[in-house]
Design a protein around this ligand. Structure first.
Ligand SMILES: Nc1nc2c(c(=O)[nH]1)N[C@@H](CN(C=O)c1ccc(C(=O)N[C@@H](CCC(=O)O)C(=O)O)cc1)CN2
Ligand SMILES: NCC(=O)N[C@@H]1O[C@H](COP(=O)([O-])[O-])[C@@H](O)[C@H]1O
Length: 228
């Protein structure tokens, strides 16, 4: 008879600013038993974020902290940190969260803070990434999951997925292809963190004690089995 104590799912918080499809991918991964976590809170800076209603429909606690209510970014960040501490979040997932965070937030959650960015970093940090890739004539685009640091979209990459740019692509058609890959790689990277296998140090991002490549691992369908 096993006397192992039942594992307590890691409490995580998801920050959104919009529709929340990556948040839904996390809800589905938890429900499918693919992510041993509990979504303790969905937090948005945007009271009109469509993802808030999707979270509520799933029975998940939600909160809105509107950045427009704060004169200073640091005060906005401190309010979010306090709410996340109240929720007991041990991993913070930025999922289409559209505010640049200050060191107030980064310091509070360093090494426990991931983001998904719709480009093959280090290419195209910032906004409007797919149009920039198209304007540059790139043959492929993609998405990166990375640890979050003070440097905007400059934190150590964990995992990337690549998609081909097709003739006639618009930013919207490219985004529609990339988002499918986002929903695969973000819960997978979070799974590695929840398993205690993914860590951040001053030397970079590590998986199973091995330093990840500067652009992270490249997603392949069998990657999870290969990496486990
Ligand atoms: N310190 C950091 N903060 C954030 C990071 C990060 O890596 N370090 N990642 C971003 C997510 N992101 C891209 O992946 C991103 C989000 C927002 C912006 C931005 O320019 N925001 C503007 C407002 C834009 C708007 O409201 O539409 C701003 O904050 O003034 C750039 C990149 C999350 N934060
Ligand atoms: N700079 C951050 C950024 O642009 N993130 C991007 O916002 C979208 C959010 O979609 P979602 O709300 O459906 O998850 C995603 O494509 C994500 O990569």
């Amino acid at each position: 008879m096993s006397h192992e104590a039942p594992r307590t799912p890691l409490p995580i918080a998801i920050l959104i600013s919009g529709r929340g499809s990556n948040m839904v991918a996390f809800i589905e991964a938890v429900a499918a038993g693919q992510l041993d976590a509990r979504i303790a809170l969905v937090l948005s800076n945007n009271p009109d974020a469509a993802g808030l209603e999707r979270a509520r429909e799933a029975g998940i606690d939600t909160a809105v902290i509107n950045h427009r209510d704060y004169a200073r970014r640091e005060d906005f960040d401190a309010a979010m940190v306090a709410r996340l501490r109240q929720a007991g979040a041990e991993l913070v997932i930025l999922a289409g969260f559209m505010r640049i965070l200050t060191s107030v937030f980064i310091t509070a959650f360093r090494g426990q803070l991931l983001n998904i960015h719709p480009s093959l970093l280090p290419k195209y940090p910032g906004l409007n990434t797919h149009q920039r890739a198209l304007d540059a004539g790139d043959s492929e685009a993609g998405v990166t999951v990375h640890f979050v640091t003070e440097e905007l979209d400059g934190g150590p990459p964990v995992l990337q997925a690549r998609v081909p740019v097709q003739p006639g692509d618009s930013a919207d058609s490219l985004a529609a292809r990339v988002i499918v890959e986002e929903h695969k790689i973000y819960p997978l990277a979070a799974r590695w963190f929840v398993q205690g296998r993914l860590t951040l140090s001053e030397q970079g991002a590590f998986l199973d004690g091995k330093r990840l490549p500067d652009t992270g691992l490249t997603y392949q369908p069998d990657l999870d089995r290969a990496a486990t």
